[in-house]
Design a protein around this ligand. Structure first.
Ligand code: ATP
Ligand code: MG
Length: 449
């Protein structure tokens, strides 16, 4: 027997029922992004591997152990599946001169990202992010806007328990001074450091602060705080951001140990965390990265952004019980049954004419008796079936059979079909099955005679 192949571990198929929820989610987020003036950008999924080394940092979890990097067998080029979107977005902005020629840019993208992590609930090897990047903005106003924007989306989805954590990483120089103090402190406690911390002591000591090891909490908590090393400008930026958030009524907690897993951040960093998702509670993370554009070869350009984990937000949405109201029903409006050669021609024409009017139509394919076709019509969930036999075909008429209401089966002329269909479908509709597409249909109905 031939062995069947399975999807790669940690990478999931999203089947139709689930994919419909995704589409609905994407529609809501698109409208939300547009309402803040963000414009879409689409980058390749594969980028040159060095891009991520330069942007994310050599001594980060992502670059050290999570990247899908490989050699292009045809030309030997080192490539990587993108583990996040900021690096590629900034690369694209530099390559196409976006900020230099068009001024500050508000950009977003969404799509799959790849990290070789241990798969578990809320953590996959292929996962999806919605990323937002504001390029060319220096002030705390854009930091505040990003966070206000997040808060609006949570409200829209009915998420009430996502909490905001905030920190400032200061400037590169301020970090250098803090780093020296941190290394001295960690060295004096060397015997209490775990293996990971020992290894990072001189390469990336800041990351030791966000250790998840329970035995390391005490030592991380007592370490020198970045806040005490901020200069006047960084402090003023952080305070202005906080004032704007207070004004907007957004609650936050300052977490001195929030440092983020990517090296490119400075000043503002933030995370939105839910306690409904276990250890994978961070649904959105971001901050300022003023040095990145220059680091990747562009002109100095201040910037800030965030990325949201789609799987985690969808898990919250599903749990909230709101999904079923928001997701467009997949049932067609009309199922077309037919038998005979002439009937088949008429069935194709009828289905197209109904689609012209805005209906969703499932045309039966594959033959079979009317009885078996009608079973399929019933199972489809459509409120209306069309019945087209050779008799109907000869008269250019169509059988109308209501499936969810008590109306009788009857025949109408081809011309009268859209109106007759509308009568059955809207007549059968109750308040509870309100369908968001109804408006479109009503528009179409009014336009037809
Ligand atoms: P974590 O601490 O959970 O590993 P991270 O700091 O590595 O997160 P970011 O690089 O900031 O994550 O990515 C932004 C968001 O993308 C995260 O907050 C999370 O919601 C989501 N995310 C990151 N990695 C994964 C993954 N492997 N599977 C699913 N979602 C993920
Ligand atoms: Mg991670």
């Amino acid at each position: 027997m031939i062995q069947t192949l399975q999807a790669v571990r940690g990478m999931k198929d999203i089947l139709p029922e689930e994919a419909e929820i995704w589409e609905s989610f994407e529609g809501i987020t698109r409208d939300w992004l547009k309402s803040y003036g963000y414009r879409p950008i689409r980058m390749p999924i594969v980028e040159p591997e060095p891009l991520f080394h330069r942007a994310i940092g050599e001594v980060t979890d992502i670059v050290e152990k999570e990247m899908y990097a490989f050699e292009d067998a045809l030309n030997g080029e080192r490539l990587a599946l993108r583990p996040e979107g900021t690096a590629g977005c900034v690369r694209a902005a530099i390559q196409h001169n976006l900020v230099a020629s068009g001024g500050p840019q508000r950009l977003y993208y969404q799509g799959p990202m790849f990290r070789h992590e241990r798969p578990q609930n809320g953590r996959y090897r292929q996962f999806h992010q919605i990323g937002v990047e504001a390029l060319g903005f220096a002030g705390p106003d854009i930091d505040a806007e990003l966070i206000v924007m997040n808060a609006r989306l949570w409200e829209q989805f009915g998420f009430t328990d996502i909490k905001l954590e905030l920190n400032s990483l200061g400037s590169a120089e301020e970090r250098t001074r803090h780093r020296a103090a941190l290394i001295a402190y960690l060295e004096s406690n060397r015997n209490k450091l775990d293996e990971d911390a020992q290894r990072r002591l001189h390469t990336n000591p800041l990351r030791i602060l966000d250790t998840k090891n329970p035995d390391m909490q005490e030592i991380a908590e007592a370490a020198p705080k970045l806040a005490d090393y901020l200069g006047e400008d960084s402090r003023a930026h952080f305070e202005a951001l906080q004032a704007l958030l207070v004004d907007a009524g957004i609650a936050f907690r300052i977490n001195h140990r929030l440092v983020r897993g990517l090296d490119y951040y400075n000043r503002t960093v933030f995370e939105w965390v839910s306690d409904r998702l276990g250890a994978q509670g961070t649904v959105c993370a971001g901050g300022r990265y003023d040095g990145l554009v220059e680091q990747l070869g562009g002109k100095p350009t201040p910037a800030a952004g965030f990325a949201m984990g789609a799987e985690r937000l969808l898990a919250l949405w599903r749990e909230s019980g709101e999904v079923e109201y928001a997701v467009e029903q997949s049932a067609p409006d009309i199922y077309v049954t037919h038998q005979g050669k002439h009937a088949q021609h008429l069935a194709f024409r009828a289905a197209e004419a109904l689609r012209d009017t805005g209906f969703d139509v499932l045309l039966h394919c594959g033959g079979g008796s009317f009885k078996s076709q009608m079973k399929k019509a019933d199972a489809s969930g459509a409120p209306l079936a069309l019945v087209i036999g050779e008799d109907e075909a000869a008269a250019d008429e169509i059988g109308i059979k209501p499936l969810r209401s008590s109306g009788k089966q009857h025949r109408v002329s081809f011309q009268a079909l859209p109106e007759a269909a509308a009568k059955v479908i809207y007549g059968a509709e109750t308040q509870q099955d309100y369908d968001p597409r109804e408006e479109n249909r009503q528009g179409a109905e009014n336009g037809s005679v």
